[in-house]
Design a protein around this ligand. Structure first.
Ligand code: ADP
Length: 591
């Protein structure tokens, strides 16, 4: 058949107009027809092609899949379709091969464009997959009916199963039984409504441990608004959930506490205010939060707040600090404060938490107790004074009458009355200190002379110990002679009382530039370190085991401390258990 004839044949002319290349090959693999497009495709005119075999014209295709497919089509007499890359032209072709008795009809078209697009798509899919695998969360894509069609490797790493391979039962395998229904219902609803999806549930890890996750999904829509897929992410929020539970517990504790709990920033702005604070101070949380803490601090105590803040900045806790606060209605409330610094995660102090306990009742009770002590000691004082007077009279009378037997008895009676009087005086002093009513004279006092006097009074009644003034110097101070004498008497009496095995007490007075220092040293039982800071407290008595051996009520040092403090001085102790104690009083010298 001649090409020229054929091409004028009407149907063949038509073949020139189609977009595909058409080759007809006879049983000897010779080209018998090529259309225009085919000429273009191979880049040769039909004269060069017709009559020659495909293998001689394109020897490079002999050993290719294309050639194998052509032969298979002929041998099996079945049409076939093949996509091949043809390197000389750097092009992809899709060829459909139809065998017939006369040979083969091959329709080819250039699909390079499509192939490139496909490859680009594959490349970007690969990139996205790699990206998804580096994400910190589990990521997944579901088709519009909710079946998962993609997931990153984190999913398998965590659960040990692939939702794609367990399309129907992965929720039962992975979700916590208590969360399953909630999860499925919410997911079905989101699928139905096409709405964003978000839920917090527990997922089982490959080792059987459940952890909390937050799962979110969003529908992806095409231009017509139809959902084409769901993009989802599932993030581990276990630590956060635990923290929230913990926080919830603390919040419940704080709100149910009977003590007011108030938090504030370092500049004093109130940030937290529990129910008890509302009850104690009369301000609702909304009124107090955001205000400055001075809202509840009486004006005269504003300095106190500054001291507290300074301590907090240094990270110092404040425990059971007794003070006064003011309520919304202006009345005062006695409180005991415990304040702790609040630190951020880096350990920096950013605020303070304050626990305030209402101690009004306790203070009132103490006041009543003090009042009672004061009244009782006054009541006791009158009969004792009378007793003392008559004892003295009797003693003098019996002495005059030379009643040898009765005189020592009356002398002992007088001594016991003196003890009683001293106790009652101390009780009275304590209640006066408490009420702030201990009165002081203001006169020049020579401490050296006062010490000498005191020693002279005490020595005759202390046969077991020698009171030795080791060093003394003239030292004038301003103050109350009787009260200072009381301090000296107390320290020397204690030194004797607490050193039963010793036989001396050393005393000294020294002066420096502006102060005079008095030392009272004994060689007795000493005071353990742990007790030293308490011995100046009211009613504090040292070791219980001493109580019987050393009678007393724990008032002497409290009063002495108060008197020295009122004179602008200081009283301290240096002591070692079993070796004795030295009480040191320092007072400002008279200018
Ligand atoms: P009292 O002697 O009545 O107990 P004080 O107030 O004088 O009360 O003393 C308080 C406590 O301090 C005593 O109970 C005792 O434990 C301790 N103390 C005081 N002086 C001495 C001392 N010189 N040696 C050892 N302990 C002492």
């Amino acid at each position: 058949m001649q090409q020229a004839e054929h091409n004028t044949f009407y149907p063949l002319v038509l073949l020139d107009t189609i977009g595909e290349a058409v080759f007809v090959i006879d049983t000897q693999w010779r080209y018998t027809y090529v259309n225009k497009k085919a000429e273009e495709l191979v880049g040769r005119p039909c004269e060069e092609l017709l009559g020659s075999t495909i293998w001689e014209l394109f020897p490079e295709t002999v050993a290719t899949i294309f050639s194998a497919e052509m032969h298979r089509a002929v041998q099996q007499n079945t049409p076939t379709r093949i996509e091949t890359y043809y390197p000389p032209l750097q092009k992809w072709f899709e060829s459909r091969i139809y065998p017939s008795a006369a040979g083969l009809v091959v329709l080819s078209q250039d699909i390079t464009g499509r192939k490139q697009a496909e490859e680009a798509l594959q490349r970007s899919e690969k990139l996205l997959r790699a990206l998804a695998d580096t994400a910190p969360s589990i990521m997944w894509i579901a088709d519009p009916d909710g079946t998962i069609i993609f997931h990153n490797k984190q999913w398998i790493e965590y659960t040990g199963i692939s939702p794609k391979e367990n399309a129907n039962d992965w929720p039962e395998l992975v979700l916590h039984p208590d969360d399953l229904d909630r999860y499925m219902q919410a997911w079905q609803q989101a699928l139905k409504e096409g709405s964003d999806y978000e839920i917090e549930v527990r997922y089982k890890r490959h080792d059987g441990v459940y952890r909390w996750f937050s799962t979110r999904a969003k529908p992806v829509r095409d231009t017509s608004g139809r959902i084409t897929a769901w993009f989802g992410s599932t993030t581990d929020i276990h630590e956060r959930m635990l923290l929230e539970v913990e926080r919830g517990k603390y919040a419940a504790l704080i709100s149910s506490s009977d003590d007011a709990i108030v938090s504030k920033t370092l500049d004093g702005t109130i940030t937290g205010w529990n129910h008890a604070a509302e009850r104690m101070f009369g301000y609702a949380a909304e009124e107090a939060i955001g205000q400055h803490i001075t809202l509840i601090i009486p004006p005269e105590l504003h300095q106190e707040e500054e001291d507290i803040i300074r301590k907090l900045r240094q990270g110092i806790r404040i425990r059971h600090y007794e003070t006064v606060r003011v309520r919304k209605d202006g009345t005062r409330v006695d409180v005991s404060l415990s304040i702790s610094p609040i630190k951020d995660s880096a350990g920096k102090i950013i605020g303070a938490a304050k626990i305030a306990r209402d101690i009004t009742e306790r203070i009132e009770l103490e006041r009543r107790k003090d009042e009672f002590i004061s009244m009782a000691s006054h009541e006791l004082k009158t009969p004792i004074t009378t007793l003392k007077g008559f004892t003295g009279m009797l003693l003098r009378k019996f002495e005059r009458q030379g009643m040898q037997e009765e005189v020592p008895m009356l002398t002992r009676m007088d001594a016991q009355i003196n003890r009683l009087t001293k106790l009652i005086d101390e009780l009275l002093d304590v209640s006066k200190v408490q009420a702030g009513r201990l009165d002081y004279e203001e006169e020049p006092v020579d401490l050296a002379a006062l010490l000498q006097e005191t020693v002279e009074i005490l020595q005759p009644t202390s046969p077991t110990h020698t009171l030795i003034v080791r060093e003394t110097t003239h030292a004038m101070i301003m103050g109350d002679k009787d009260r200072l004498g009381q301090v000296l008497t107390n320290l020397i009496s204690n030194a004797i009382k607490y050193s039963p095995q010793a036989n001396q007490v050393d005393l000294s007075i020294t002066t420096s530039n502006k102060t005079v220092t008095l030392r009272v040293r004994d060689y007795g039982v000493g005071i353990p370190k742990a007790h030293q800071k308490h011995i100046f407290d009211r009613f504090y008595r040292g070791r219980v085991s001493h109580s019987k051996a050393f009678p007393g009520l724990g008032m002497g040092l409290y009063i002495a401390h108060e008197i020295v403090k009122r004179h602008g001085g200081e009283i301290t102790v240096e002591s070692e258990e079993g070796k004795g104690s030295t009480f040191v009083v320092s007072l400002p010298l008279k200018k």
